[in-house]
Each structure stands twice: as C-alpha cells, then as structure tokens.
Design a protein around this ligand. Sequence first.
Ligand code: AHM
Ligand code: MG
Length: 336
Amino acid sequence: MSPKISLTRYLVEEQRKDGAIPAQLRLLLEVVARACKSISLAVNKGALGGVLGVSEASSENIQGEIQKKLDIIANDVLIEANEWGGHLAAMASEEMEGIHVVPNRYPQGEYLLLFDPLDGSSNIDVNVSIGTIFSVLKKPEGAGVSEQDFLQAGAKQVAAGYCIYGPQTTLVLTVGNGVSLFTLDREQGSFVLTQRDLSIPEDTKEFAINMSNMRHWDEPVKRYIDECLQGKEGPRGKDFNMRWIASMVADVHRILTRGGVFLYPWDKREPNKPGKLRLMYEANPMGWIVEQAGGAASTGRERILDLQPKQLHERVSVILGSKNEVERAASYFTPV
Ligand code: AHM
Ligand code: MG
C-alpha cells in the first residue's frame, strides 16, 4: 500500500519539485490549514459548543448582514493563527471593514491573505455544509502595507483554496499547477492527500442557481436557464438536473467532483450592485480553482480573473463550472 501523503509532505515535495511553493508560502498554507482544523472542530460541536445562532451583539458586517457566532469565531481563529508566523503583511476578511495589518510586535512577511471565514452562513444552524474560502496575493514591493495593495486582479493570486465542513472535512488547494484535495483524518488530526489533478468535465447536465430570483434576472440568464428547463424537447436536446445548496463552497465542491455550472448573476433586486457574491473572497479564489481544474469562470461579459478590483468588498456576477456551459451562457451576453 502506498504511504499516506500528508499536506505537510505534499507541500514540501511541491516546493522541492519546481519551486512553485516558496518556504513562506508553504508555512502560510500550513497555518491556514491548521486554522481550518480548529474551525472544523467548532462547527462539529454545534449546539454542544454553544456556537450556533447569531452573535451576542447581533452585530452586522460591512455588507449589512447579521453575523452568526461562527462567522466571528472563524474570523478570529484565522486572524490569531496567521498574525504571528512572519509570513504575512496583512489580512482582509469578508467579516471586517478594513484590512488587518500584522501588529508591529511580529515580523512582517511578503504575502497578503484574504478570506471568507465561513461561507454559507445561512446553513450553519441547519447542519448543512459550509466552508472557509481563502486567497493569497503577493504584497507589492515597497514599505508598509495598505488596502490598495490588495486590489489585484484574480489572475495574480499565488494560492487559493477552500475547506468544506460537511460529512467529511476536505481542503481543496491550488498554487497554479492543478488542484489537489486533502481529507481531514480526524484520528491523526492531519489533512491527507486523497486526489490530485481534479478535472471538471467540459459538458454537464446539471445547473445550480437560486430559482426563486428568476423574475429578477437579466435576459441572457433567463434564456440560458429557460433552455435548460426545456430539456430534451428544447434547443439543448437533453434533460438538465438542478441543485442549489446555498453554500458556494458546497456547490463548487460538487462541480469539482462531477461537473456542473453555478450561477449567481446580477439581478434587478439591487440594480446598483454588480451581484451578490464578493469578488476578492469568493469569486476570485473559486474562479481560479475552477480554471485550474479545466473549467471556466465569467461574469457573463468578462473573465472573472481579469477584473481589476476597485474596492476590497466589491461584488460581482458569477457564472462558473464546466467550460462549455459557461461559454454558452456567456455567449448570450453582450461582451464589454
Ligand atoms: P455568505 O458568505 O454570507 O454565506 O453568503 C454567500 C452565500 C453563498 O455561499 C451562496 O452561494 C449564496 O450566498 C446563497 O445565497 P441565497 O441565499 O441568495 O441563495
Ligand atoms: Mg461567502
């Protein structure tokens, strides 16, 4: 039987192979994985750990959403785990208004970490899969660090991943040479490599979208979904299945496992917002992972990874997954 490859061993071997993972980045990824283990433990305890429900102060995050206890716990775990190791200059989170600069008492590293500490918050209390999404950028040269340093296109990411807390706790990671999957071995307390080179089939018969928003969609989205719904009798000539978990991590994880297309498009409910999902914490890391597995990620009009962010908490319209479906949906839009 071939030996189990731990995340640590995998990262060390990747570092040796082609230098795709510099030492500081390797340390950073190990620390993020350790933080995800702690979050996984808190999630698993549920009501026994007193972690369900809304935060004591019923506080709102920068997007005006009520924070759950676990949103805050997960955010604190990630900050505490990452601020002292010397690999980071600053962090940004969906749950914090401004950036968190590594305090002076610790050495400053050359990387920037962004995260959605607990994606799929509406699923926490109902015991459905949720996750942590993260993205790593290199800090531009120069003294100090500012919010401006974070405003880099997704194509500049040096690492991205997510950890899904479901029936298994699974970490999915890319550093730009394919996508690998690690399953948490609870007895050993370590992530073990369980799949390399994940690949999303180019074609699919499964879509994921919140259908209750149909009346608010833009014409191209209506047309794409309507054609899927017509099934064998329609222009697509095949029947489609639908799934919507309402945790992006879980919907993307299914797509990485068996293909599919995920849409959270701009809609008329909030005409002045470009979409619901966040570019820097959700769309960029997930978009890169999907591309690294052979899929595509688009706003409908542009490749997500090419977007130049203007603000930390910027939102974006998202269509990602099986390449041919993303391209078909995008072909119904007028390009920019
Ligand atoms: P969150 O980061 O506050 O949890 O919100 C993001 C989530 C995504 O995981 C998911 O795809 C979407 O919001 C679900 O939205 P809706 O409840 O509108 O279906
Ligand atoms: Mg989220």
